[in-house]
Design a protein around this ligand. Structure first.
Ligand code: 2AM
Ligand code: CA
Length: 266
């Protein structure tokens, strides 16, 4: 099978799965069975996170037996062919929102080839919004092309951040960054789903987003969607952004140097 055919098969499968699992998320929001803490009182998981990830892994491993699957709640199941296709999935990004019935979370599915994202599919079941990208093919929201914003000055920008709840060591940096933007941009936001934050940069709703200490499942799909929407994704702590980076800044080429300057000086 050609690479193109392999890719298309996986892309269609990922989209079907994202819709199906998104429905499960939306239907379960009213009757969560349980919420448990993981590493600290701020780091939580619900029965729905686990159910969705289990279903996702079962379906992917049945359809694509040689692919590696890497999920937030259960890690890497089996690393058969590290250089081949890997699915990096977050069953619910925005679990804290979900657990509080705040309708802002999503299912995120990325497929990497030789550890670089080639497919990104993100579905927000509360807004019925599907963001998707295949490397080199552009980015789409519900089938329509999306592009990062045209805003070129800080004064007109609405920027967004978040913080990894268990990274208490990052407290000072998170607060300093926030303070540094305060009064320089039109508005600051914290929505609580890094994946949707990236998709919002891709669709021009947000002019720039940064966060530290995220994990591959928080960034893999969204980073590709931003790049395919004409945006830039950089690692603030290293020369090259990868899905394993410890920081991310996603914005438009017009805003990049302005945002980097503020974050470096903060
Ligand atoms: P989550 O909802 O899947 O946990 C909030 O700023 C963003 O950071 C969300 O995307 C959230 O993802 C993520 N996040 C918060 N704590 C995290 C952790 N301990 N590990 C990975 N991602 C985390
Ligand atoms: Ca999650």
């Amino acid at each position: 099978m050609t690479m193109q055919k392999e890719l298309l098969l996986r892309f269609q499968f990922a989209k079907g799965l994202a819709y199906e699992l998104g429905d499960t998320i939306r239907k379960n929001v009213e009757d969560l069975k349980w919420t448990k803490t993981k590493s600290g009182f701020y780091d939580i998981v619900t029965n729905v996170d686990l159910e969705v990830e289990k279903k996702l892994k079962e379906k992917v491993s049945t359809a694509f037996q040689n692919d590696v699957i890497f999920g937030e709640e259960t890690g890497i199941e089996e690393r058969k062919k590290p250089d081949n296709y890997m699915w990096i999935v977050d069953p619910i990004d925005g679990t804290t929102n979900f657990s509080k019935k705040i309708p802002h979370s999503c299912v995120s599915i990325a497929i990497t080839y030789k550890e670089k994202p080639i497919i990104g599919v993100v579905y927000d079941p509360f807004m019925n919004e599907l963001f998707e990208a295949v490397k080199g093919e552009g980015a789409f929201l519900n089938g329509k092309h999306i592009h990062v914003s045209d805003v070129a000055d800080l004064e007109s920008a609405v920027v967004n951040t978040g913080y990894q709840y268990s990274a208490v060591n990052m407290r000072d940096k998170v607060l300093k960054d926030y303070e540094a933007f305060f009064g320089k941009v039109r508005a600051l936001r914290i929505f609580g789903s890094a994946v949707l934050d990236l998709c919002y940069v891709a669709s021009g709703r947000i002019d720039g987003f940064w966060e530290y200490e995220l994990k591959p499942w928080d960034m893999a799909a969204g980073s590709l969607i931003v790049q395919e929407a004409g945006g830039v994704v950089v690692d603030l702590l290293s020369d090259e952004f990868t899905v394993y980076s410890k920081s991310i800044l996603a914005t438009s080429p017009k805003m990049l140097s302005k945002m980097v300057k503020i974050l470096k000086e903060a």
